[in-house]
Structures are given as C-alpha cells and as structure tokens.
Write a protein of this length. Structure first.
Length: 356
C-alpha cells in the first residue's frame, strides 16, 4: 500500500523531511538530527491476544466443521500478522438552529361506529383526534454535541472486510473497533520495529478523516432542528483530538486438493472474520441417499398395484385400468431423479466453497 506523507524542512539544516501520517518523530536524512514532532498525532496499538499457533487452531477447527476429511490433506501456511490503521477522530459541534415551529391544537370528536356493536346490540361510541394548526412561533435551539468516529485508514477490501467511515450505516461485524467506540487495552506505539507484524501505513490522510468527522457531527447537529420550518443553522466544529490506532489481523493461506484458500482471523478474539473454505460434500450424499430411499420404498408399492389389479376400476363400458397413466408418471419421475443425480454429480466435480 502506498504511503501518504507530508513535506517539511529540517530546523537545523533546512533539508527536506518526509514524514508519514501518524509519525511522532523522524530523523533528518541530510544532517542526521533526531526531530520530535510535537503537533503530530499520537499512535496507539491494540496488541494481538493470540499467537500464530492459535490462528492455525482456529483455521483447522473451521476446516473440521466444513470438511472433516479435508482437514488431513490441507496444508496451512505460516500466518502473517498485519496491523491495519484506523483514525480515531473526536471533536465538538457547537452552534444553533433558527426556525419556525408550528403550533397545533388537538381535539377529540366523538363518533358513532354503526358497524361495530357491543354484546348488548347497541352501537359502540368512539373518539377521533383531529389535529388543527393554530399558528407558529420563531424558536432558537442550541447545538452542543461531542462525539468521536473511527475511520479506516487503509482499504480493507483486499482482505474481504468493508472499510469503516463516518457515513457507514453499520459497524464492522466481529471486530472490536466499532464506528464510535474503541476497545480497552490500547498501548502507546513508540517503535514499530520492536513489535512482531507488518504495520500498514494509512492511505487516507488525516485531513480527509477530519472532514468525514465534521460531516458526521454536522449531521447529528442538524437533528436538533427536527420539525422546524424555514430552518437556518450555524455549526462550528472545534476541539479536534485525533489518534492513529493499529488493529491486529492475521492472514493465512492454505491449500486443499490443489486449490488455494485464505482466511482472515481477528487478532483480539481469534474469530475468523472472512475466509473461503472447501465445503463438505455430506449434503450432496444425503440428497442422493434420500433419492435412493424414496425409490426403494416407492417402487415395490407401485409394482404391487400394477400386477395385483388394485388399480382397475369399473366403467360403463367395462373394466379399465390406470396402469398406462401410472407408468407415464413413473417414467417422468425417474427422468427427474436422473437429472437431479446428474446435477449433484456435476456439482461434486466442480466443488463448492463455504464462505465466512
């Protein structure tokens, strides 16, 4: 993934500096000065709670569920730990909404329902509420909202995980980071090289994350003026507090019967978030067995009816039999069963996968 950086000048030699998003310190490549960036965003990391061995156990457990026989032939590669970035942006929205608030008067009018009658036979009396507008008045409502949003700093689509943004209607399923909350256990990230795993650089700049946060808070503030007519609002976003949080995700590949599969495992809970697994063939075998049981139980009954004469009936012109129609029906049913088994055989050859 490409890096997003900003250009600065070294205060010692005026040489160019290249600082990545989220860096708190850097070293000048020209003079070697170690520089601290006081206005930089603080970086945190959620350490993984499982090891590579735990990832392999989770994958093999899932393989055992979907295809017990395929577990022995599957070859799982060594998992790789990735720390994916999330911007945690918090701010305040302050302002006011001006508008016209309509006034209504509610009146209950008694009515008689001639259709509905009680047990005594008399008509049932009911009331209906009528809402009448009586006027309007100018109002002013204050906006005071403090909130935070978590925004994906990198595209997680290659991992099969949807990105999280301020416009997302739902949070990420199965992952501890949600749209508006962070899990406990954050640790300050000083040096990436001291930790195992690959740290993914954010490709979404902080300015974009802040812009999304402002739109989210303004959208919440607009709800304060709900019900007002001829509305006018003014909102100011202030008090930005930002952080870059790295979340652990394990990725492992495995092969089974010459095919390659991949699984993404949550580094906090050990749950499989996304993945493709070779599906079990038990369902197809059960369907084939059910078709065989049907014919074993159905065919003797039909043959007995044909040869015993039980399907004959008396007509005005003599005795007739249903054997011809029955044979045609049996032939059609046999053809349908053959096509059904042929379809199962084709699916057996192609294979079907289980998607998590």
């Amino acid at each position: 993934m490409s890096r997003v950086s900003v250009a600065l000048n070294c205060p010692s030699c005026a040489g160019p500096l290249t600082v990545r998003e989220g860096d708190t310190h850097t070293v000048c490549p020209s003079c070697g000065s170690s520089l601290l960036l006081p206005l930089a965003v603080r970086r945190f990391v959620l350490p993984t709670m499982i090891s590579s061995t735990g990832v392999l156990r989770a994958v093999r457990k899932k393989l055992q569920q979907v295809d017990s026989k395929g577990t022995h032939i599957a070859r799982v590669r060594k998992p790789v730990l990735y720390y994916v970035p999330f911007w945690h942006c918090a701010a305040q929205a302050n302002g006011y909404v001006l508008g016209v608030e309509p006034k209504f008067k509610v009146k209950e009018i008694p009515i008689v329902d001639s259709q509905g009658q009680g047990t005594t036979g008399y008509a049932v009396a009911r009331t209906r509420k009528i809402k009448t507008r009586t006027g309007s008045e100018a109002v002013e409502r204050e906006i005071q909202i403090a909130g935070s949003v978590n925004i994906s700093g990198a595209d997680l689509q290659p991992m099969g995980i949807p990105s999280l943004s301020a416009d997302s209607q739902l949070s990420l399923k199965g992952i501890d980071i949600q749209r508006n909350s962070l899990p406990e256990g954050l640790e300050v990230l000083q040096d990436e090289s001291e930790r195992e795993g690959v740290f993914v650089d954010p490709v979404i700049p902080l300015t974009e994350a802040r812009s999304q946060t402002e739109r989210y808070l303004k959208r919440l503030g607009a709800g304060v003026g709900h019900g007002l007519e001829q509305r006018w609002e003014y909102t100011v976003i202030s008090g930005h507090r930002d952080a870059l949080v790295f979340y652990p995700l394990w990725i492992t590949d495995f092969t089974s019967e010459g095919r390659t599969f991949q699984a993404v495992v949550d580094g906090r809970s050990g749950r499989i978030l996304r993945g493709r697994f070779p599906d079990t063939k038990k369902d197809k075998k059960y369907l084939s067995f059910a078709a065989a049981v049907f014919w074993v139980g159905f065919l003797p009954v039909i043959l007995d009816g044909i040869f015993s004469g039980k399907l004959q009936y008396a007509a005005t012109d003599g005795v007739r039999s249903c054997n011809t129609a029955l044979i045609i029906g049996i032939a059609a049913l046999a053809w349908g069963t053959y096509r059904f088994l042929k379809m199962l055989q084709d699916l057996q050859g192609k294979g079907s996968d289980s998607i998590v």
